[in-house]
Write a protein that binds this ligand. Sequence first.
Ligand code: PHE
Length: 433
Amino acid sequence: MKKTPKEHWSGKTGFMLAAIGSAIGLGNIWRFPYIVGESGGGAFLIPYIICVLFFAIPVMLMEIAVGRRFKTSPLSSLGSISRKSRLLGIVAVITCVGILSYYLVVMGWTLSYFAMSVFSFADFSEFASGWGSVAGFIISLGLTAYLVSIGVKEGIEKVCRILMPILGVIMIFLAFQSLSMPGASDGIEFYLSPDISKLASPDTWIMAMGQAFFSLSAGTAILLTYGSYLGRKQNIVSSVAGIAVADTLIAFVAGIIVFPVVFSFGTDPASGVKLAFVTLPQIFSAMPMGSIFGAFFFAALSIAALTSAISMLEVPVSTSEGIFKVGRKKAVAISSGLIFLLGLPSALSYSSLKLSLFGMPVLDAMDIFFNSRMIPLSAIALCIGIAWLWNPEKLLREINRNSGIKPGRTAVFLMRFVIPAGLVVLLLSSAIV
Ligand code: PHE
């Protein structure tokens, strides 16, 4: 068997930008602000930061450590720990493929709305009911597949190096614009005025936990895959801290953009599809200089979606390279073919065919299933596959290599008991609704 040389990031910054690109996605821009507004305003930051620190971050550390230690595809890396770990890792790969299949449909909408912002926004249901969704899905898949096929350093890293700073600048520009709108302070008040009583409700904590994992792309083998391209000299602990800070900052700024705009027009704050493709476009059409604001907003959303989609595709690509012993281009073709088939029903669910599952559009059903069931399940599988089945001394040694701050046995305790228990609660609570 011919062994191809393993690819590498150019250094710590390259790795961090790619991981930040994965973390910052639709979840930051259209979900985080809404959850904050609904779940206690500024006070929500407390449970959110606790969940990031004690739940998501240890999982991220664990994933990167395994990736870097074994430096091969995610399933082979886990397979180097034990056969059981390898089997458990399959859940994570399925989760990435599943999320990506419908994430690309939404990314197609963001790209279309970016293009439309120059002319005028179409009515969402009219736009989606035509072939718009399917065309957008195919374009998004093609673009993501092309960039991933170029390679780790020249493709993924380069895209993130160029796009992440641009995203940061656009977000800051939009935040200043938004704050200067009449009535902006009402929006900020809704967004941030702390309601401590909400902290007593378990729902707030469950929301915080789900959002922390989704937003940081934790527990889905993405960081395990990205970690496999990381050099031995790099500091894992400080990288993860940087990724978490950047992700949280952008999510926070997204709220500063969204709420002043929504409140100054007296509309209802909403989340998800409704916010991005219905509420905001209506406002952009009515506000002065709205087309410029809209163009920048959808550019930001498209960048955020693209760099997350790239990270999700890299997981099945690296996995197929390992399983089928093929090169990157073939692995991309195999993975994209599978994702195309899986994503087509989601793309068609908003078209005039109206494909539905459990009484809702397939896309919504996929989102609920993967987001609230598969992510926690996959994170639990990784906690068992790594923290239980690997030697804790080896795990800690890899995490702490070249790090000033050295997580100790408490971190292993979190990974073995506390985090899986929290995730089980998340899973059970989502089974009830
Ligand atoms: N973190 C991305 C976001 O916030 C979504 C994502 C989830 C990406 C899981 C990869 C894996 O939108």
